[in-house]
Design a protein around this ligand. Structure first.
Ligand code: RTP
Ligand code: MG
Length: 152
């Protein structure tokens, strides 16, 4: 049984610099997901370290925090049936070189660092944790689209 859920998505600094926000938003809209929150922000070091806290002992942690704080990001919350897994599928693999054409990273990613997009992973609670880090409750909008019969 599929479940309506929310997931946290971010166009990373490289995606913003390359003008890929619209392209990425379009893909999720076309897939039928619903945008329920969005903000264009520059992440500070504290938020970056909390967001990527699971990687704090990894050798790439310093570079990852520097990169994600290097310029503005487009932070979003998307809702739909199995939204977390759907977005992960549409993103591709962590390494663009291993990502299938048709995925965001397979089409636009350059390397492990500059991989354009972040999405919550499927680990239980990751999506809620990341949404809470970036958004207040009143910044997430409940609304009906014109045709809920044909979309989620
Ligand atoms: P993300 O969290 O950014 O959506 O990426 P992900 O789930 O696909 O991959 P994750 O394992 O969570 O890694 C987070 C980010 O760290 C960088 N990374 N570098 N040098 C390395 O071996 C390495 N491994 C991961 C990537 O930029 C990845 O997106
Ligand atoms: Mg991850």
């Amino acid at each position: 049984m599929t479940e309506t859920e929310r997931t946290f998505v971010m166009v990373k600094p490289d995606g913003v610099q390359r003008g890929l926000i619209g392209e990425i938003v379009s893909r999720f809209e076309d897939r039928g997901l619903k945008l329920v929150g969005a903000k264009f922000v520059r992440i500070d070091r504290d938020l970056a370290e909390r967001h990527y806290g699971e990687h704090e002992d990894k050798p790439f942690f310093g570079d990852l925090v520097s990169f994600i704080t290097s310029g503005p990001v487009m932070a979003m919350v998307w809702e739909g049936q199995d939204a977390v897994a759907q977005v992960r599928t549409m993103m591709g693999e962590t390494d663009p070189a291993e990502s299938a054409p048709g995925t965001v990273r397979g089409d636009f990613g350059l390397d492990l660092g500059r991989n354009v997009i972040h999405g919550s992973d499927t680990e239980e609670g990751s999506n809620e944790r990341e949404i809470d880090l970036f958004f207040d409750e009143d910044e997430l909008l409940d609304y009906e689209r014109s045709d809920e019969t044909w979309l989620y």
